[in-house]
Design a protein around this ligand. Sequence first.
Ligand SMILES: Cc1cc2nc3c(=O)[nH]c(=O)nc-3n(C[C@H](O)[C@H](O)[C@H](O)COP(=O)(O)OP(=O)(O)OC[C@H]3O[C@@H](n4cnc5c(N)ncnc54)[C@H](O)[C@@H]3O)c2cc1C
Length: 484
Amino acid sequence: MTIRTGQQYLAGLNDGREVWYDGKQVENVTTFPPFSAAVRSTAMLYDLQHDPRYRDVLSVESPELGGRIGRAYEFPRTRDQLRLKREAYIIWAEATCGMMGRSPDFMNVMVSALAAKQSFFAEFAPARAEAIVNYHRHIAERDLFLTHALLDPQLDKGKRRDQQSDPGIPLRVVDRAKEGLVVHGIKRIATAAPYADEILVWPFPPTFQVGEDAYANVFAIPMNTPGLKTLCRPSFAATSESRADHPLSSRFDEMDATVIFDHVLVPWERVFLHEDIHFLNRMYKDSRMRELTAHQTNSRLEVKLGFLYALIFRLTEAIGSDQKSDMMEMLGEAVACVEVIRSTTRSAEEQATVDPENGVMYPDLFALQAGRALGPVYYPKLVDMLKRVGGGGLIQLPVSLSEFDSPIGPDLERSLRGANSSGRDKAKLFKLAWDVCGSEFGARHELYEMNYAGERSALLAGIQREYGRKAYYSAFLDKFLEDL
Ligand SMILES: Cc1cc2nc3c(=O)[nH]c(=O)nc-3n(C[C@H](O)[C@H](O)[C@H](O)COP(=O)(O)OP(=O)(O)OC[C@H]3O[C@@H](n4cnc5c(N)ncnc54)[C@H](O)[C@@H]3O)c2cc1C
């Protein structure tokens, strides 16, 4: 069993993987400037596991696995274990201001959820249940960092996968060998793929139709598997020497990538479901992965929204608008957004129930789904508030804060002075705000929050379809009508 340090994480990355950036193959992903900052930030998260202040929350002794594991790998069986999971998620999220959506805990809790529901995989075949349980042990023992890729290329959304002009573009099984499945095709969008250890593939949304069995597969492989290629988007990482000029984009730009599988052999022990549309359509719901992953994603979002709220508030103070009634109203609305998301995890823990089938305590799905549905609305709303509060001040900024030490410094100081802060301090704050609401990094984050939980209309329709308190509220209404 290993609780990795940042150094151990870095050492595992130079493994011959094939990563492409701007038409060239990347030689060393740990030092390549477009992702070196994100790699360093991920290493920093691993190091936090050894910080005596956080060690007992971020990791735990596991009697089930026989050693110390990262908190996200634990199967929660009590309310207290759920609370500690949330506290662990929050420690890592605070270390990145909530800006690294795909920190290792996200995928680690996802695989833990799948392994906890091994009975679902056993329905398909006992060997597949054994495979998912062993995979959970494999990543927990080594403290690995996973990425995942769920979607097919956009292609023609009006057609099934097998009806596309080239049905070989979406990832599918092309051969079954004695050693495993051979898969070929493309998946997207795998955030952190260039510097993750392994990739989990499963298809989403779960709307497979007859004829699409070859595309319905769940498996995991290391990022250096022969035939696996990673293609990156343009980096939004600021490479400036000065962290204060680009406080977030200089550290937390997670790379997003397309993954191409060129006749890749997936060994049977890493195949969890294959070529079965009925099981694939059931997996998202019946594996109960949503309860455990949304507990992590809502915890992270709480941190990010809280960070934005504080920034909006500080901006109003910096320009002396904090007591204006319309600003107070706006700030109150920002607080309400933070508190709603914050409440979803705590409410879900309070209403958690034990699944008698596996003894795992699951946080309440509907409390968590409320956060997933509202996050894509709240985040852009708070970004918009930043723009409204900051006004033209967001663009009236020096190239670098070091200009304050240049001959033009005194003029800069006079032109940027705040209500109760120096020009330099105000510029520092506004540069942070620009990183959130004006930079390419900021734009990517808005897109991320609006999309990471899948298409929102489908999410909302699913909430209505499955809502567990529907009968309760309907009966209440019926009783009222009867009594009239
Ligand atoms: C920054 C970022 C990071 C991400 N990271 C990950 C990751 O780590 N792993 C991962 O697997 N995914 C990741 N995603 C993908 C994310 O889950 C998807 O972007 C999201 O589910 C939306 O799917 P899509 O991109 O295919 O958009 P689409 O579904 O193509 O939506 C685009 C538009 O098409 C419309 N549309 C959709 N289907 C149809 C149809 N059948 N007919 C007509 N119109 C249609 C939609 O309503 C929408 O308006 C990431 C996305 C972003 C933006």
